[in-house]
Design a protein around this ligand. Structure first.
Ligand code: ASP
Length: 597
C-alpha cells in the first residue's frame, strides 16, 4: 500500500495561495488552527510557518471525508488535497491568503494531538515556565516563528557579507582550557585525565588571535560561548557571538567593516538604509553626558556637569561636594516644571538613592524666578553660570545630584532612562547606533587592577609610558557598538608584542609561572612574527532581540534556559548515574554530606 506522502507531494505552503491560484488543485500540509462547525460546513485554518489557509469542508463536495473533518481538533497535523476557490463575498483582507480558500477532496491525518497545555496563538497569557516546558509548542506561535526565521536570516546575511569581504569561517574548540573573559567557566571533567577539566569557551578570543598569527588574515565564526554568571533578563549561560578578527588593521578598519555588516543586516531584515558612519563618543564623554557607557541616543536629557558653577555656592551640599573633589551634575527636563508634582519628585529622589545618591535637588524655572527648596541658596551669578551650561528656558525642571563621580553617573544615567520612559520620549521604531571608544585599559576593584575588556587589549600607543606610572589613566584601543542603549558588540586592537603582553600579565598580578601556565601557548606564539591585529564580537541574541522588537533574548533563542539556568523542557541540569561519575573520577561532596559521610 502506498502512503499519502508517496502519492502526494506538498505543492504549496499555507501562506502562499492567492487569487491567481483559483482553479488549481493543491496539496497543503500543516497544523489545525481554528476550526468552526457551521452546520453542514466545517471551516479549518490550516497553518504552517509560512501562514494560514482556510479550508472549507463541504459535504456536497467530498462526503466521504466529512466525518473525519468534523473530528479534527487543534494542533492535529494533517494534509489535504483540494481545489483553490474564491471566497467570493467573504474575503478576509487581513489575511494574505484571504481571497481564497481550499475545498478539500482528500484529507490525511498524520497525527492527532492531545489538548495543548496552552492555546497556540499570537498573544498569550500562558505562564512562560509552562511555555518553556513545552517549547516545541510555544515555537508554533507566529511571533516566535518570525523571530527565529529573522535570526536565520541574520546568520545568512552575516555569512554572505563577511565572505564577500574576504573573511573565512573557522571553528575553534569547544573543549578548551580556561581563558579569562572575566566570568566563571563551565567546566567539563576529563575521563582520560583523572582530576583534570576542560573549560567551555567564554569566547574564542585566543584562538582567533592564533589564527591571525597563522596568517589567515580575516576570520569570523558564528559561535556558541558559555559563561557561568548569575543571569539577568538579557543573559543566557550559552549565547551566540558573531566573532571577527582581522590582521593589519586600525580601529577605523574594524569599525568600517562592522558598519558595513550592520548595514547589510538591517537592510536585509528591515529594508532599512542604515546611515554610516555611526556617531562616536569616547568613554569619558559617554559617562559625562549620559552617565553610562551604553547610552540610548534616541532621546536627549543629557547630563551637565555644573561643579564649577556651584563651587562657591551658599548651598553647602553643592559647594561641600565640589570641595571634596566630587561632582555636581544635573539634567534639564525641558518644559516640565509643571509636569512633576512634589510626590513625583519624591519618587524620582527614591530612584536615585538606589544608586547611592543622598538626594535629588530640584529647581523649577519660572518666568522671573526659580522655585524649589534650594532656589534661595543659588545667587544670580550661580544661576547665570548654570543657565549658560544647561541652556535653560522658563518652564524647565532642573534635577541635580551631588556625589562622587561614580554615583553621579549611575544615578543620573538611570534617572535619564526613567524620565525618558515616563515622558514617552522614545521612538520605538528608531535604531540609533553609537560607537564608544577609548575605554580605560584597567579598572580598580577592591584595590586590584583588572582589565576593563580582556588582558589581550592593546593600550593606546601614546599611553604606553603610563603603564608603569599611572595604569588607571591608560586608554585601551577598545570600542563597543551600542544600539538603542544596548551594547551589541565589543572589541579591540590586540597586543601583538610578546614583551607588552607579558608586562600586562605582570601588572595584573600574575607571576611568570602563572602567566606561562595559563597563557604559555599564546606568549610562545607571539614570538613567531605576529601581525598587528584586532577584532570584535557581536552578541547575536541581543542583536536579533532588538531587530525583532522582542523584549527578552529568550524569545529569539530556539531552546533557551530560564534565569535559573535551567532547561525546563529537557530538565537540564540533571543528576547523573553513579557509574558516570565513577568513570569521570568524581565523587559528589553534596551526596557525601547528605549521606553523613
Ligand atoms: N572576545 C571578546 C568578547 O567576547 C570580544 C573581542 O574582543 O573580540 O567580549
Amino acid at each position: 500500500m502506498t502512503t499519502f506522502l508517496e502519492e502526494h507531494g506538498r505543492t504549496h505552503v499555507c501562506g502562499e495561495l492567492r487569487a491567481e491560484h483559483i482553479g488549481e488543485t493543491v496539496t497543503l500540509m500543516g497544523w489545525v488552527g481554528k476550526h468552526r462547525d457551521l452546520g453542514r460546513l466545517t471551516f479549518v485554518d490550516l497553518r504552517d510557518r509560512s501562514g494560514i489557509t482556510q479550508l472549507r469542508f463541504d459535504p456536497h463536495y467530498a462526503e466521504d471525508i466529512h466525518d473525519v473533518a468534523d473530528s479534527l481538533r487543534s494542533e492535529w497535523c494533517i494534509a489535504v488535497v483540494g481545489e483553490v476557490v474564491s471566497r467570493g463575498a467573504n474575503k478576509n483582507p487581513d489575511m494574505p491568503t484571504g481571497d481564497v480558500e481550499v475545498l478539500p477532496q482528500k484529507l490525511e491525518v498524520f497525527s492527532e494531538a492531545d489538548v495543548p497545555p496552552f492555546v497556540i496563538r499570537d498573544e498569550t497569557e500562558a505562564h512562560e515556565d509552562l511555555r518553556l516546558k513545552h517549547r516545541y509548542l510555544d515555537l508554533r506561535r507566529k511571533p516566535l516563528q518570525e523571530a527565529l526565521l529573522t535570526r536565520s536570516k541574520v546568520n545568512a546575511l552575516t555569512r554572505n557579507f563577511l565572505i564577500d569581504n574576504g573573511f573565512a569561517e573557522f571553528e575553534t574548540p569547544v573543549l578548551n582550557r580556561s581563558t579569562p573573559e572575566g566570568a566563571r567557566d563551565y567546566l567539563v571533567p576529563s575521563r582520560i585525565h583523572p582530576g583534570q577539566f576542560y573549560a567551555l569557551p567564554q569566547s574564542p578570543q585566543i584562538f582567533k588571535q592564533l589564527l591571525m598569527i597563522s596568517g589567515f588574515d580575516r576570520y569570523f565564526q558564528i559561535v556558541k560561548c558559555f559563561r557561568d554568571e548569575d543571569l539577568r533578563a538579557d543573559r543566557q549561560p550559552e549565547f551566540t557571538q558573531i566573532d571577527i578578527e582581522m590582521s593589519f588593521v586600525t580601529p577605523e578598519d574594524v569599525i568600517e567593516t562592522c558598519e558595513g555588516l550592520i548595514a547589510a543586516i538591517f537592510e536585509g531584515v528591515h529594508d532599512l538604509d542604515v546611515e554610516a558612519p555611526f556617531e562616536r563618543l569616547s568613554y569619558d564623554q559617554a559617562m559625562l553626558r549620559f552617565g553610562v557607557d551604553n547610552p540610548d541616543m534616541r532621546f536627549g536629557l543629557e547630563i551637565t556637569d555644573i561643579s564649577d558653577a556651584v563651587a562657591d555656592s551658599e548651598f553647602r551640599v553643592f559647594s561641600g561636594t565640589v570641595a571634596r573633589g566630587d561632582v555636581v551634575r544635573g539634567i534639564r527636563v525641558a518644559g516640565e516644571a509643571d509636569g512633576f508634582s512634589r510626590n513625583d519628585l519624591d519618587k524620582l529622589e527614591e530612584s536615585v538613592k538606589v544608586y547611592g545618591a543622598k538626594g535629588l535637588a530640584w529647581v523649577k524655572v519660572g518666568d522671573d524666578d526659580w522655585k524649589g527648596p534650594i532656589a534661595n541658596f543659588l545667587g544670580d551669578a550661580e544661576r547665570e553660570a548654570i543657565e549658560a551650561k544647561m541652556g535653560i528656558e522658563p518652564g524647565d525642571l532642573l534635577l541635580f545630584v551631588a556625589a562622587s563621580e561614580e554615583v553621579a553617573c549611575a544615578s543620573l544615567g538611570n534617572l535619564r532612562k526613567d524620565l525618558a520612559a515616563k515622558l514617552d520620549l522614545i521612538d520605538e521604531s528608531e535604531f540609533r547606533f553609537c560607537w564608544i571608544t577609548d575605554f580605560p585599559m584597567f579598572e580598580e576593584i577592591d584595590g586590584d587592577i583588572h582589565p576593563m575588556h580582556h588582558p589581550f587589549t592593546s593600550p593606546h600607543a601614546e599611553d604606553m609610558d603610563l603603564l608603569g606610572t599611572d595604569p588607571l589613566a591608560v586608554r585601551a584601543q577598545a570600542y563597543d557598538l551600542v544600539l538603542n542603549g544596548h551594547e551589541i558588540g565589543g572589541g579591540s586592537i590586540r597586543i601583538h608584542r610578546q614583551d607588552v603582553q607579558a608586562k600586562i600579565f605582570e601588572m595584573l598580578g600574575m607571576s611568570d609561572e602563572e602567566a606561562n601556565d595559563k597563557f604559555g601557548f599564546l606568549l610562545d606564539a607571539l614570538q613567531y612574527g605576529t601581525p598587528p591585529h584586532g577584532g570584535i564580537a557581536f552578541g547575536m541574541d541581543r542583536l536579533v532581540m532588538i531587530l525583532t522588537g522582542a523584549d527578552s533574548i529568550r524569545q529569539v533563542i530556539a531552546f533557551p534556559k530560564t534565569t535559573q539556568a535551567s532547561d525546563l523542557m529537557a530538565s537540564a541540569p540533571s543528576d547523573v548515574d553513579a557509574d558516570q561519575l565513577e568513570e569521570l573520577h568524581l565523587r559528589l561532596a553534596l551526596k557525601d554530606d547528605e549521606d553523613g559521610e
